[in-house]
Design a protein. Structure first.
Lengths: 457, 457
C-alpha cells in the first residue's frame, strides 16, 4: 500500500514537473520569437555606435550616451528610469600618436601605435631611446637597472593561440599592459611599448587601461599592432642599436560628473528582491564600442522590451543598468553597489554581458555546489537557443562590487573567438556585429532572468 | 568470490578506459595545438579567395583552383595527389544584370538583382511586364493562368527569423528559388524575381541554382536583395500597375572538362578502408567563396597538414577531396561515388564541411540508434574544443552519393547564424572569415577523423 502511494506521489510529481517544463518551454519560445522578430537590440546598437559613437568616460559622447539610453528605456516602457550620479576619471588622448623605429643609419619606419588608457603623455617633443624587447617580468628583473635605465621597454608577449578560451590568453598577456609600465619604471625605463592584446596578426593597435604603481615614476606607454610587434622583434634580432621614438599627448584631467543609467520594472510579488542586469555604457575613444560593450547595453535593455511587449509581469524587481566607466576606473560599478548597500532591499542576482555580441555558449556563475547543480536543471531549456552550459566561475567587473551583499553573480559567455580581433581597437564597429548573434545573446539573457525571477534561487 | 572477481574486472576495465581516454585527450590537445599554432588553413583560404577568386564550374578560375589545391596537397606531403575527371555544366552570367521597378508615371527605380544560377537570360532587350507578388505556391495556383500569364512573378517569402538553425529557414524559403521559375512558367509567366535567401535586410542579391522542370518553358529568373524585396512589396501595397523591367544575358554553354582533386594518406593497417573528407572547390561567380566553400576545402586539406607534421600514421586510408560543381550540378560528388563504387574498397566514413568557416557546434550523422549512441561516448573529448553534440541527421550534398555504398555520412555543423549574410553573395569574402573560427572547425574535423580512424565505427 505504502509503495503504491509513493508510486502515485512520484507519478504526480513527475507529471507536475513535466507540465512545468513544457510550460516554461512554451514561454521560452514566446520570448525567443519576440526578440528574433520584434527585438530592438540591433537598432539600439546602431544608434549607440553611429549616432553617439566612441564614448570614453568624461567625454561629451559619454554624456550623450547617458541621455540616449535614458530615452530608450523610457520609450520601451520601463516603470522607472533614472540617473545614478558618479564622478569619473577624465583621460584624453590628445593629438594622434606617432611612433617610429629608427635604425643605426637614421632610417625611420612608422609603427601603428596608440597610447594606453590612463597613460601620461610624452609631451610634444616625444621620447627617443634604445628599445629592448622582453617577454617576461622575470627577464626584466634579470636585466635590472643596468639593462633598462634610459631605455624603452618593448613587452612582446603574444596571446597564446592554443588556449581555446581567448579570455584565458588575454588574462595571461594582459599583465604587461596593466603592470608593465610601472615595472619598467622601477628600473629607470623612459617609456614602454606593449604588444597589442589581439588574437591575430593585424594592423590595429589595441588600447586599454594601464595601472600605475605610485611607488615609481609614471612613464608614457603605448600599444603597437601585433604585425608591427612582430616586425620590431625581427628587426631587433637582426640589428643592434635600434631606437624607438614616440610622441603621445594624452593626459589625465580632473574628474567629471557622470552617471549610471537605471531602468526598472517593479516586481509584483517581491518588489524588494532586486535582479540586476547590465553592460557598460562607456567605451574606449578609438572605436564605436560595438562589441565592448554596446552589445551588453542593448542586450540588457532588451529585457524591458520583452517584458513590456509580452505583458509578462516579473515577480521580482528587475533593474537594467548602463554602468559608466568600466574601462578606466569602474566608478559606475562601485557606485551602484554603494547605493545598493544603503537600500533596504535584497539584491539576489546580477547578470552582466561584457564579452561581446557573439553567438551564445554559456553562463558562468559565481557559485558552485548544490545551488549550481540545481540551476543546471534549467540547461535543457536553454539548449535549443544555443546555451548548453552553466559553468562555475563567472560574474563581471561592474557587478563584482555587489558580491559582499550576497548577490549571486553571473556572466553571459558568448563564443570568444572573434572578440580580441576588435577589442579596444578602431575596428570595434557596428558592422562587425551580427544581428542574429546579438539577438540570440539578448534572448538567452532574458530567458535566464525569466527563470530566476519565476523560481528564485 | 565471484563478486570480488567481477569487481576486480570492473576496476581493470574502468582503468583501461580511463587511460585510453586520457591518452586520446593528450592526442587531441596535440592536434589542436598544431592547428592553432602551425595551421595552414587560413593562408590557404587567403590564396583561394585572393589569388584564385570566384571559381564557378567551367570558368578559368575553377581550373586554376584545381591546379592550386593539387599543389597545396602535394606540398603538405600527401602520399598521392591526383585528379578525377568529370564533365561539368558551364553557365555564364554575361553582362551585369539590370532591373528597375517602373511605376504608372514611367519613373524607374533601380533594384539590386542578380540572375539565378542556371537561369536562361532575357536577351539584350530584357523583359518588361506587370509584377505580382506571391508568398506561396498555393497562392500562385489560386491566381492561375488568368492572374499570372504575361506577368512577372515576385516570390517574396522571407527566411523565418524565429528558427534558431538558419538552415531550416533556408530550406523552407529555398523552394521558391529552386522550383519557383518553372511553377510560374506553368501559368504563362514571362519571368520571375525571387527574394534573396538572406537572414537579414541588406543590399546584396544572393544567387544560387534554380532547377527547371522540362515540362514548362524556361523563363528568366533573378534574385533581388532583401531590402529591395521589402521595398517592392511596400510599393505594390500602395500602387497599382507597377511594372518590372529586367535584363540578364546569362546562358548555359556546353559542358566542359573539369576535375575533383584528391589527396591521399595511405592507411598502415587497413589501407582498403577509406575515410573521405571534403568540401567543394567551385563557388558562385559573384564572390570569393570564402565561407561557401573555400572554408570546407582548406579545413579538409588541414588533415594532411596535421598528419604529416605530427607524424601520426592513420590505420585506414584518408582521402581528402576537393569536389567540383556542388553549386550547379553536383557532378563532382556523383563522379566520386561512381569511381568509389568501381573500386574494391570499403568506404566506411565520409565527412563534409559545407556550412561555412564558423565556430564549431556539432557533427550531424546519417545514422542514429546504437551506433550513434556509441559514437557519442566521444563527445566529452570534443567539448573542450567547442563541439558539444553529435546529432542524428547529417551528411552533405557531395558525399550524399556515397550512401548506397553503406558509407556512414557526417556533416560538420558550425554555428549557422552568420552564414546567410554571405551565402552566394558578393560579400562572401576572405575578410569575413575569422582565423580562429576557421581553425577550430578544422581541428575538430581532424579530431573526428582521428578517432574514427583509430577505433573504426
Amino acid at each position: 500500500m505504502r509503495i503504491v502511494f509513493i508510486f502515485l506521489i512520484s507519478l504526480f510529481v513527475a507529471g507536475q514537473l513535466h507540465s512545468q517544463t513544457s510550460k516554461d518551454s512554451l514561454m521560452f519560445k514566446r520570448i525567443a520569437d519576440l526578440v528574433l522578430s520584434n527585438g530592438k537590440a540591433y537598432e539600439n546598437l546602431r544608434f549607440l555606435c553611429k549616432q553617439v559613437g566612441p564614448r570614453l568616460s568624461g567625454s561629451p559622447q559619454a554624456e550623450k550616451a547617458v541621455k540616449e539610453t535614458l530615452r530608450m528605456m523610457k520609450e520601451m516602457g520601463a516603470d522607472t528610469v533614472y540617473l545614478q550620479p558618479c564622478m569619473v576619471p577624465h583621460w584624453v588622448r590628445g593629438a594622434k600618436e606617432n611612433a617610429v623605429l629608427v635604425n643605426a643609419g637614421g632610417q625611420s619606419i612608422p609603427l601603428n601605435v596608440c597610447a594606453l588608457g590612463n597613460s601620461v603623455g610624452t609631451g610634444k617633443a616625444g621620447i627617443k631611446a634604445e628599445v629592448i624587447e622582453v617577454r617576461s617580468f622575470k627577464q626584466l628583473d634579470s636585466l635590472g637597472e643596468k639593462g633598462v635605465k634610459g631605455k624603452i621597454v618593448f613587452y612582446n608577449f603574444p596571446m597564446n593561440p592554443t588556449y581555446i578560451e581567448t579570455f584565458r590568453a588575454y588574462g595571461e598577456a594582459g599583465q604587461f599592459r596593466g603592470r608593465g609600465p610601472s615595472m619598467a619604471a622601477k628600473y629607470g625605463a623612459l617609456g614602454v611599448m606593449v604588444r597589442s592584446l589581439a588574437s591575430n596578426i593585424d594592423d590595429f593597435p589595441h588600447t586599454g587601461a594601464t595601472t600605475y604603481n605610485d611607488s615609481f615614476p609614471k612613464i608614457p606607454a603605448i600599444a603597437v599592432s601585433t604585425r608591427h610587434a612582430e616586425y620590431v622583434s625581427n628587426e631587433l634580432k637582426k640589428k643592434n642599436g635600434l631606437q624607438l621614438y614616440f610622441r603621445t599627448e594624452c593626459e589625465m584631467l580632473p574628474d567629471v560628473q557622470s552617471y549610471n543609467v537605471v531602468g526598472e520594472i517593479r516586481g509584483t510579488e517581491f518588489p524588494d528582491e532586486v535582479i540586476t542586469v547590465g553592460g557598460h555604457l562607456d567605451s574606449w575613444d578609438l572605436a564605436e564600442g560595438a562589441h565592448d560593450d554596446g552589445a551588453g547595453c542593448v542586450q540588457s535593455m532588451e529585457v524591458i522590451n520583452v517584458y513590456k511587449k509580452s505583458g509578462i509581469k516579473p515577480k521580482r524587481t528587475i533593474r537594467v543598468v548602463m554602468f559608466m566607466n568600466e574601462e578606466n576606473g569602474l566608478r559606475g560599478g562601485r557606485k551602484y553597489a554603494e547605493v545598493a548597500k544603503a537600500e533596504n532591499k535584497k539584491f539576489i542576482f546580477a547578470l552582466e554581458s561584457d564579452a561581446g555580441g557573439f553567438t551564445p555558449r554559456a553562463f558562468g556563475f559565481s557559485i558552485g555546489g548544490d545551488t549550481l547543480t540545481r540551476l543546471r536543471n534549467w540547461v535543457p531549456l536553454f539548449k535549443p537557443y544555443g546555451v548548453y552550459e552553466f559553468s562555475e566561475g563567472g560574474g563581471g567587473a561592474d557587478i563584482g562590487p555587489l558580491r559582499p551583499l550576497g548577490t549571486l553573480l553571473c556572466g553571459f559567455r558568448p563564443d570568444s573567438q572573434r572578440y580580441f580581433d576588435h577589442h579596444h581597437a578602431a575596428n570595434d564597429t557596428f558592422e562587425w556585429v551580427s544581428k542574429r548573434e546579438l539577438e540570440l545573446g539578448a534572448l538567452n539573457m532574458v530567458l535566464l532572468l525569466y527563470v530566476v525571477d519565476q523560481y528564485g534561487l
